[in-house]
Design a protein around this ligand. Structure first.
Ligand code: TA6
Length: 279
């Protein structure tokens, strides 16, 4: 385990074990690389992102907290402020080559303008052959608090035209503000901009590529977002190459819409996702 500073001053921690290589930035507690030993990278980062401090990096696993998407107050940052803030690394455990790092967003770094609550939020990252991360919330206030959140994972999938996303049948989704639509078929293929906010979704989805499958599991989450910007939006997205949409897809473990999290005083909630490769 080593800590280093990126050329633009962003501090990160690298894990290099017999089981995997991984890297996490203290800014936003953002994982930007996870490579199981002997496998290809599972996460995708745009080459158009030059790691300027202050933005979430375009790729890896941005932490969307304490709200997902556009806030009703349009002046407030999309996907919350946690991804633009400096988190603190407070715990390292190593057992049987599995490295667990824990980071916390200090209350002082939370933005009291947007979030005048005492909510402790931690990211627990378990780096092994699989990547298991938990976004842990503890309500330190004497009143209930409601938040939405997501682990906005960008996956490296080779060619979007050959990708089949599975495990969505029976769920319902909102897309571009319309719906809900019920998903009847199990598979999702990509032929256009896709930005689906699923609810009532099962715990396991798979991203089938010609070279193998990325398995994404969720715990304490009944919602997820499936996103590919396609041609037009790719041209408008910051820190994103016009043809980047061909190589990536986002499948985001979430607590959004009817799956929002309300914490009673003292209550704890853990949004967990586990990512693995099946050849
Ligand atoms: O998760 C999908 C989404 O909400 C898209 O609508 C798009 O805005 C994407 O997130 C990226 O958002 P960002 O603020 O990181 O550019």
């Amino acid at each position: 385990i080593t800590t280093s500073v990126h050329a633009n001053g962003l501090e990160y921690i690298e894990v290099n074990s017999k089981l995997c290589y991984a890297r996490i930035l203290l800014q936003g507690a953002q994982i930007d690389s996870f490579i199981p030993k002997g496998q290809a990278p599972l996460l995708w980062v745009s080459s158009a992102d030059d790691y300027q401090p202050g933005n979430g990096i375009r790729g890896g696993i941005p932490v969307c907290w304490p709200w997902f998407g556009q806030h009703p107050n349009a002046d407030w940052p999309q996907h919350g402020f946690a991804r633009n803030r400096q988190w603190c690394h407070f715990s390292t455990e190593v057992q049987d080559e599995i490295v667990t790092l824990k980071l916390v967003l200090p209350l002082a770094a939370a933005d009291r303008r947007f979030w005048p609550h005492n909510t402790r939020v931690e990211l627990h990252c378990r780096f092994g052959q699989k990547l298991r991360i938990s976004l842990v919330n503890i309500n330190l206030d004497d009143h209930p608090v409601t938040l939405t959140q997501a682990l906005h994972s960008y996956f490296s999938i080779g060619d979007i035209h050959q990708l089949i996303a599975k495990g969505f049948n029976g769920a319902h989704y909102i897309e571009f503000g319309a719906g809900p639509y019920v998903q009847t078929e199990d598979d999702v293929h990509f032929e256009r901009e896709t930005d689906r906010v699923y609810n009532g979704l099962g715990a396991v989805q798979q991203l089938h590529t010609p070279h193998g499958t990325i398995v994404v599991k969720r715990e304490h989450s009944h919602s997820a977002v499936l996103w590919n910007p396609w041609v037009e939006k790719s041209r408008r997205l910051a820190r994103f190459n016009d043809d980047d949409y061909l190589q990536m897809v986002c499948l985001e473990a979430a607590n959004v819409l009817e799956d929002a999290v309300t914490l009673a005083p003292g209550e704890r909630h853990e949004l967990t996702t586990e990512i693995s490769w099946q050849a």
